[in-house]
Design a binder for this molecule. Structure first.
Ligand SMILES: [Mn+2]
Length: 338
């Protein structure tokens, strides 16, 4: 790191390219008040955690550390391998439960529309704090700060850090940068805003390495994942401006692939010229199918996932559907064309 350059910068006051609304100011003030009054928290996010969920949990934990609070970090499912280099990842209890954690500890849920989305037991009856950036967000908590204009929940965590005047450490910078990189599709999705770059700029000044993080996220594919992509592309279907594909349990076995290897396949489908919406189905051991949908422009696929009790963003969403495969595909097509 070139400390000569850093020495000239005022790192004590991170820049914010974001005008807080009155609602946001009120929400952050409420949050900081709870952080002062309660000393122990449970921090969690959704099941099948993505880069934003994991990076934001770790980033928020460091804010709580610096405010003198303690926290238990719990996620229902393991972190995908591409996040294995995230600093302090071992602080998170994966596959954990909150049942044995002191019931007086409030739970902070990042990008969840309710307790069920966490897949964690033992959250019922606690004070609940809800921080979310999904259009499908719901007011289930005592504090509900939902900002669909935030590119990642990590951007909201960053705003909390600035308001709380905590130091943005290198480890926090790496985690939050990873979240933003992953949730903006490497700064390509419509949620990419001046604030995304402003925060990324600040995080880079504080030691997040864009090339190292990009290498971890995008240039570490196991061979099984590439083989599975081939299988899924061989099954590709096109109808008008829609594209779809799937992998079955047998496909996974043939490629010696894991469910994690399905991550990103749908991105190849929506990348096709003339395609406005694409979806990908992965067969699960119980015979249900995990659905990922992507779109370009105004086509709202959060609405489609919500029809099947899922959720997400205008251009990226997901849910679970019962089998068999053909009926799952037909139901998605009906919703997409509806
Ligand atoms: Mn997110």
């Amino acid at each position: 790191m070139n400390t000569g350059v850093l020495a000239d910068l005022d790192l004590a006051t991170p820049a914010v390219n974001h005008a807080a609304t009155t609602e946001e100011e009120a929400s952050v003030a409420q949050l900081l008040a709870v952080f002062r009054e309660q000393r122990h928290f449970v921090v969690t996010s959704h099941a099948r955690p993505d880069g934003d969920a994991i990076g934001s949990v770790l980033g928020l934990a460091e804010i709580l550390d610096q405010l003198g609070c303690t926290c238990d970090l719990v996620l229902a499912d393991a972190a995908p391998a591409i996040y294995k280099n995230l600093p302090n990842l071992d602080r998170i209890r994966f596959g954990g439960s909150a049942a044995k954690i002191d019931q007086s500890a409030p739970a902070i849920l990042l990008e969840c529309d309710g307790i069920a989305r966490t897949g964690i037991e033992g959250l019922e009856g606690r004070r609940l704090i809800n921080i979310d950036h999904h259009t499908s967000g719901r007011n289930f908590g005592e504090i509900n700060w939902i900002d669909p204009s935030a590119c990642a929940v990590a951007a909201m965590v960053y705003r909390i850090a600035v308001s709380a005047k905590v130091e943005i450490t290198q480890s926090m910078a790496v985690c939050l940068y990873t979240s933003i990189l992953s949730d903006t599709g490497a700064f390509t999705y419509p949620n990419t805003t001046p604030e995304s770059f402003s925060i990324a700029h600040e995080l880079t000044l504080r030691g997040a390495s864009p090339s190292q993080i990009a290498r971890d996220l995008y240039f570490t594919n196991p061979l099984s994942k590439v083989r599975l992509l081939g299988t899924s592309l061989a099954a590709l279907q096109i109808s008008g401006n829609l594209a779809w594909s799937w992998v079955t349990l047998a496909d996974l076995a043939a490629s010696r692939a894991t469910p994690e290897d399905c991550e990103g396949i749908v991105g190849n489908l929506i990348a096709i010229q003339g395609i406005d919406a694409a979806f990908f189905l992965r067969e699960q051991p119980n015979g249900e199918f995990r659905l990922s949908i992507r779109s370009k422009g105004d086509l709202n696929v959060a609405r489609v996932a919500e029809a099947f009790a899922g959720g997400g963003h205008v251009n990226a969403s997901g849910c679970t559907l019962p089998g068999p495969l053909t009926s799952a595909i037909d139901r998605v097509l009906v919703e997409l064309r509806g």
